[in-house]
Structures are given as structure tokens and as C-alpha cells.
Write a protein that binds this ligand. Structure first.
Ligand code: GAR
Length: 205
């Protein structure tokens, strides 16, 4: 582990294409100020875990389902992240809304990618394909993705980067999701990870 880099923990729940974009960015040098040192999933069968293992990155599972109390789940998650001496947390398709207890513990140290142009189609209940379904139902002609800091308001933290993507005739939620990932999320998430890591490194000097 390189001490001159920001230590990153990525939280995932699913397929992990955004995690893959981060791993690829690390390989290509787009992400150079930070290093992914741990990937944590709340779901044991998340394919994102396989992506991390294939890249030689340490993984852990804290299964949300096995906790009766969300605060106990968050307590164990905080401990795991702190034990890994994490500087920056990246939510890459992590489908859990984090409480104020969690977000205030890591103030200005959590970023998230959301598949719309915030403040449209965001907040509680807007995640994954549901976001694209809502955008198509509304009939918007332009959507996109946002990377933002995470605070106690779901999708309400300071915006870091946004990128617009056109909606095309005949789009289904699945087609639109893929286009938003390809044209926006996989670009702005690694770019934001680098921007934030670089700033954190500079503040450390
Ligand atoms: C991505 O589109 C991400 O923006 C979204 O879920 C998908 C996860 O895909 N996240 C949210 O909706 C969070 N509110 P991935 O597992 O392939 O990265």
C-alpha cells in the first residue's frame, strides 16, 4: 500500500460496473492520487465482489439482511472501514441509505454516483432502474448522472460533477441505464475520485 495515496474503500451491492470503471481508471492512471484498498458489499452474491477479487483487491461482506437493527449494521460497517484506515469512501451502486450517524462519522469523505441529473429523480425510492423508469415516464429529453458528497439527506450533498445524456426515441429503462452508465457514470465517477483524492492529498501536506 502506497502512503502517498489516498486509501479508498468502495461500497457495492450489485453488478459493480462502476467499481470496474474505478479499477480500470486505477490501471490506466486516470485515478492516480487514490488507491482502492477494500471493497465491501452488503450482499454476499454481488458480482462486484468477483470484479474486486479479479483485480486483486481485498473484499469483505457485511450482510445487511442478517441484522435486525440498521444501526448495528452501520456500526460494524464503520468499524471495518476505520480498521482499514480508509481516507475516502466511494458508494458505487451501494443500495443502502446511510443514517446521519454514519455520514457524520465520515463528513466530506463519502462520495456517491447517482444515475440522474440531481435534483431530478433522486432521494428516497430513486435507485437503479427506477430512476430511468421515472425519467422515461416524465418524458425528459435529457438525463445524465451526478457524483456528489454524501450527507444525511439522501442524494442531497454537494455536487462534484455532472454529465448530461440524451434520451432517445424507443428507450427502455434498461437501454437508458446502459447509455447513462457508458456516457456519464463510468467517466465522472473515476474523474471525481481522482479530483477528491488529489485535493485530500494536497490538504495532507
Ligand atoms: C448505477 O447506475 C448507479 O448509479 C446506481 O445503481 C447502478 C449500479 O450499477 N446507483 C443508485 O441508484 C444509487 N442511488 P453497478 O453496480 O453496475 O455500478
Amino acid at each position: 500500500m502506497n502512503n502517498k495515496k489516498i486509501k479508498i474503500t468502495v461500497l457495492v451491492s450489485g453488478g459493480g460496473t462502476n467499481l470496474q470503471a474505478l479499477l480500470d481508471a486505477q490501471k490506466s492512471g486516470v485515478l492516480k492520487s487514490g488507491e482502492i484498498s477494500l471493497v465491501v458489499s452488503d450482499k454476499p452474491d454481488a458480482y462486484a465482489l468477483t470484479r474486486a477479487e479479479n483485480a486483486g483487491v481485498k473484499t469483505a461482506v457485511i450482510e445487511k439482511k442478517s441484522y435486525r437493527d440498521k444501526s448495528d449494521f452501520e456500526k460494524d460497517l464503520i468499524k471495518l472501514i476505520d480498521d482499514n484506515s480508509t481516507d475516502l469512501i466511494i458508494l458505487a451502486g451501494f443500495m443502502v441509505i446511510l443514517s446521519e450517524n454514519f455520514t457524520s462519522h465520515f463528513r466530506n469523505r463519502i462520495i456517491n454516483v447517482h444515475p440522474s441529473l440531481i435534483p431530478s429523480f433522486c432521494g428516497e425510492g430513486f435507485y437503479g432502474l427506477r430512476v430511468h423508469k421515472a425519467a422515461l415516464e416524465k418524458g425528459v429529453k435529457v438525463t445524465g448522472a451526478t457524483v456528489h458528497f454524501v450527507n444525511e439527506i439522501p442524494d442531497g450533498g454537494e455536487i462534484i460533477m455532472q454529465k448530461a445524456v440524451n434520451v432517445e426515441p424507443g428507450d427502455t429503462p434498461e437501454i437508458l441505464q446502459r447509455r447513462v452508465m457508458e456516457q456519464a457514470e463510468w467517466i465522472i465517477l473515476p474523474a471525481s475520485a481522482e479530483e477528491v483524492s488529489k485535493k485530500m492529498l494536497a490538504e495532507r501536506q
